[in-house]
Design a protein around this ligand. Structure first.
Ligand SMILES: NC(=O)C1=CN([C@@H]2O[C@H](COP(=O)(O)OP(=O)(O)OC[C@H]3O[C@@H](n4cnc5c(N)ncnc54)[C@H](O)[C@@H]3O)[C@@H](O)[C@H]2O)C=CC1
Ligand SMILES: O=C(O)C1=N[C@H](C(=O)O)C[C@H](O)C1
Length: 252
């Protein structure tokens, strides 16, 4: 039998990390050799023999974790949010010094969410107005979600390429926050509600019509096929890849 991929999970006691530990151990071609929580030393990654790292921690920790992995020759699959343009740029520079190493930064591992963002970017070229509503469980530490930021960026790029102007908005008198956050010219609204997991709606409007592109993750199991896909593919994609769509042929 072929050797199993030795995987380390960072954030292993968290909501996503604990699900990832189960999913990796349930897969035939990989196994968890290290499961680290807050306060555990990164040096134990080296001792574990892990060649692949999954980071599902917190925005304050993820950059240091990924840097450590890359500097020690490990491929990294990252679901943690907080990867600003500046952080991505630094990571790209670091990776250029480690040419065989791959890192996937995946704002969302759910295939449906990746598709919904791609569909939204495609559709946004044809509508006058676009806004995003992301809805999550109330224990989420950041807003807007990484998925919403990524979706807004994809929409903004697609609209700019198609020569579409900004969404019309005559609202001048607002209470702070009432119109959401501005991400590359796209308004993003964040809802936090007990009972929710991870949900997003992209609202697209033109005169006389509205299109809503909605995705729902009802269970964190929805993210696991993407985590496993990332682990299987990352070594074949050296350098930095942002978005699971980088490993998929969506043909859009
Ligand atoms: N890309 C995707 O598809 C998804 C991404 N996420 C993101 O993943 C991250 C984790 O989400 P949750 O699991 O819901 O959060 P969580 O708070 O349940 O888990 C985070 C865990 O990381 C631990 N931690 C903090 N610093 C650490 C460090 N330096 N080393 C090891 N562990 C450390 C915490 O103690 C906690 O157990 C968030 O940024 C979230 O937005 C969440 C769901 C899906
Ligand atoms: O914290 C979460 O739960 C999620 N975080 C990611 C994000 O911020 O986009 C992915 C998903 O939305 C769930």
């Amino acid at each position: 039998m072929a050797e199993r991929l030795p995987v380390a999970v960072l954030g292993a006691n968290g909501r996503m990390g604990s699900e990832a530990v189960r999913a990796v151990n349930a897969a035939e071609d990989m196994e968890v050799v290290a499961a680290l929580g807050r306060g555990d030393s990164l040096e134990s990654l080296v001792e574990s023999g892990a060649t692949h790292v999954v980071d599902l921690t917190v925005p304050d920790a993820t950059e240091e974790n990924v840097r450590f992995a890359v500097e020690h020759g490990m491929h990294a699959v990252v679901g943690t949010t907080g990867w600003t343009d500046g952080r991505l740029e630094s990571l790209g520079t670091l990776l250029s010094e480690y040419p065989g190493t791959g890192v996937l930064i995946a704002p969302n591992f759910a295939l449906g969410a990746v598709l919904a963002s791609a569909f939204a970017a495609k559709a946004a070229q044809y509508f006058e107005s676009v806004e995003i509503v992301e809805l999550h469980h109330p224990d989420k530490v950041d807003a807007p979600s990484g998925t919403a930021v990524r979706t807004a960026q994809l929409i903004a790029q697609a609209r700019a390429a198609a020569g579409v102007g900004p969404s019309p908005d005559a609202t001048a008198k607002t209470l702070d926050g009432a119109r959401g956050a501005d991400v590359d010219g796209v308004r993003v609204h964040a809802v936090r509600l007990r009972g929710l997991v991870a949900h997003q709606e992209v609202l697209l409007g033109s005169v006389g019509e509205e299109l809503t592109i909605r995705h729902d993750s009802f269970d964190r199991a929805s993210f696991m096929p993407g985590v496993l896909l990332g682990l299987r593919q990352v070594a074949a994609h050296p350098g930095l890849t942002v978005g699971l769509d980088g490993y998929l042929d969506l043909g859009l």
